[in-house]
Design a protein around this ligand. Sequence first.
Ligand code: HEM
Length: 149
Amino acid sequence: MGTTNIRAFIAVVMIAAGLISSGCQSLQSQPDNSLYLQLGERAGIADVVEDMLYLIVEDERINHQFKGINVARFHRNLTDQLCELSGGPCQYKGREMRELHAAMNITNTQFNALAENLILAMESNQIPTGAQNRLIKQLLPMYSDIRHL
Ligand code: HEM
């Protein structure tokens, strides 16, 4: 093979390698962040959690459970958790769910009250109903940890 042929051969190999690797990338499953985007990213989620906190304070069914908590920490950790659960680039760094809620003896009514407040907060932040349902669906598996079943 002459020098020109070798150069041409190398160029073809490089192009082929490029095509194969880009093809592989498109085959790799990309993380689905569509829910995160629908929720308005971390800032949108933070607004929802803030509004949910105001509703909790007014809600006689559950506000006694929240007396004296560190509000800033709750807000930060729940925001990160919902961000992560919805496919966003956050990492939940709070306490373990089961341990954290164990001593609270949370009832079904209280669990539903919190979910209701979350939905109301999403509603007042114009989150589309489909996205609301998708987020609630992500939270449902936590039911047995929160209720300590
Ligand atoms: C799916 C439902 C729920 C989720 C995803 C959830 C999530 C969380 C998260 C992420 C935190 C903050 C953790 C940390 O700061 O380390 C937290 C704290 C807390 N949760 Fe829940 N929770 C749920 C249901 C409930 C319910 C139903 C109640 C009571 C009615 C409740 C009462 C509390 C309280 C009082 C705290 C603050 C504890 C403290 O800082 O000492 N949670 N929860």
